[in-house]
Design a protein around this ligand. Structure first.
Ligand code: DAT
Ligand code: MG
Length: 167
């Protein structure tokens, strides 16, 4: 069955000009990109994204890292990849959480590092399982930003494409 997964290129990936390399590696999966945007990550979004890790000693660093506070680039690139086995395919290509332990040819193995402060700069986020993927995609994207109808939405009028712009 086709499924969707959230992928984030984290601020270190953007700062190190790795976007193209990472997208090329991800294209090995033959999955479809069905949503993409550049996001300035608010404290609220960062904390919600990592809410399961609230009690971890590295939580505050993690929030600072994903918000780009350790890099000049205060942004991440968020995407939804879609296709058969998308979640496991992207996780396998991303590699282990700890970039020093990640397979050398995985994305994290190739491009990640642990800073002297102990922050895992592992360049990419990939949803771990289906429930997380749905929760995370709904956090990072509005329904109209995703070109496949993944999840049901509340009934209501659709916004037109440019109604918020001043003429
Ligand atoms: P993953 O990103 O592989 O899903 P996770 O959800 O357990 O891993 O943790 C989220 C992020 O938190 C991870 O990408 C990097 C950071 N992290 C996890 N364990 C850590 C640790 N022991 N020390 C420092 N950072 C850690
Ligand atoms: Mg995780």
């Amino acid at each position: 069955m086709k499924e969707a997964t959230l992928v984030l290129i984290k601020p270190d990936g953007l700062k190190k000009s790795l976007t193209g390399n990472i997208l090329t590696r991800l294209s090995e999966t033959k999955l479809d990109i069905i949503a993409a945007r550049i996001v300035h990550v608010s404290a609220e979004l960062a904390k919600k994204h990592y809410e399961a890790l609230t009690d971890k000693p590295f939580f505050e660093d993690l929030i600072q890292y994903i918000r780009g506070e350790f890099h000049e680039k205060r942004k991440v690139m968020a995407m939804v990849y879609y296709g058969e086995g998308a979640i496991n395919k992207v996780r396998a290509l991303a590699g282990s959480t700890n970039p020093e332990e990640a397979d050398a040819v995985s994305i994290r193995g190739q491009y990640g590092r642990i800073t002297t402060k102990g922050v895992y700069e592992n360049v990419i986020h990939a949803s771990a399982h289906k429930k997380d993927a749905e929760r995370e995609i709904k956090l990072w994207f509005q329904p109209e930003e995703i070109i496949v109808d993944l999840y049901s939405t509340k009934a209501g009028e659709k916004r037109t494409c440019n109604e918020v712009w001043a003429l």
